[in-house]
Design a binder for this molecule. Structure first.
Ligand code: G1P
Length: 279
């Protein structure tokens, strides 16, 4: 029996082309680009597992096979490491955290936007089930992780909840933007708009972590293309808002926008310092 108030599934859309990182992403998925020595996508997966997720569902494409390999075992490599005095690397290639975690992969055939990517897995999410969405491009350094912070708020309130942060007015153009009165770090969302090019409803930007009711799938089915002529998750959330309360959580963590070169380089510097690789 599914327990509506326990979130065990996370969806990670990873089908994007990674155009901004060409030529690196010609043959390598952008999610596999390393932050020091760890592929970007592994940070999101570990954050999800830390938050109690047991099933990771990737929305992928034919150019992203190495992501499947990365979350599988590589027995030949493990054997070589153990027989050549390199055992210390074993836990890097087969993390204990992955024990018991199910990884599934669903292909998105056309790139029609984030909302379209999420709707590809509608058959794996029940309407009365809540699930997490993590966009790997948004990399956080938080303790606990941002998904855990959302889970804690979800356990208290039992409602769909989105991670938000304050950005400058100029930057609101790049994000989903909500409005609502903050009480502490939580707000009831009044409005949500995808990438407002003028008159943003506030400076609270949506970041890539969501806990949503499976009802979103029904909204996505009938959605017309929105900003950028793409099916926008934000627009489906706006429709859900008309039916019931949703919350925004101002998380406590450092954020790196690894969809941009600047954020990607900054993340590398941050984690290299944290691991004492550079000072
Ligand atoms: C997506 C969402 C946007 C959100 C952003 C967070 O946009 O559509 O609402 O603010 O992720 O990273 P993208 O960055 O994929 O264009």
């Amino acid at each position: 029996m599914s327990n509506a108030k326990t979130i065990k599934k996370a969806v990670l859309p990873v089908a994007g082309l990674g155009t901004r990182f060409l030529p690196a992403t010609k043959a390598i998925p952008k999610e596999m680009l390393p932050i020091v020595d760890t592929p970007l996508v592994e940070f999101a997966v570990r954050e999800a597992i830390e938050a109690g997720i047991e099933e990771i569902i990737f929305v992928t494409s034919h150019t992203k096979r190495s992501i499947e390999d990365h979350f599988d075992r590589n027995l030949e490599l493990e054997l070589k490491l153990s027989s050549s005095n390199k055992e210390s690397y074993l836990d890097k290639v087969n993390l204990n955290e992955y024990e018991g975690i199910k990884f599934s992969f669903v292909r998105q055939r056309d790139q029609r936007g984030l909302g379209d990517a999420i709707s590809q897995v509608s058959h794996l999410i029940l309407p009365d089930e809540y699930f997490a969405i993590l966009l790997a491009d948004d990399l956080f350094d938080g303790n606990p992780g941002v998904t855990s912070q959302l889970m804690d708020a979800f356990k208290l309130h039992g409602k769909s909840i989105i991670a938000v942060n304050e950005v400058s007015e100029e930057e609101t153009k790049k994000y989903g933007v909500i409005s609502g009165e903050l009480s502490g770090n939580l707000t009831s969302i009044e409005e949500i708009v995808e990438k407002p090019q003028s008159n943003p409803p506030s400076n609270l930007a949506v970041t890539g972590r969501y806990l949503l009711s499976g009802e979103i799938m029904e909204e996505l089915k009938t959605l017309e293309p929105g900003f950028g002529n793409e099916i926008q998750l934000t627009d489906a959330i706006a429709k859900m808002l008309q039916k019931g309360e949703m919350l925004g959580l101002k998380y406590d963590a450092l954020k790196f926008d690894c969809g941009s070169k600047e954020g990607f380089v900054q993340a590398n510097i941050h984690f290299a310092k944290k691991q004492y690789i550079i000072s």
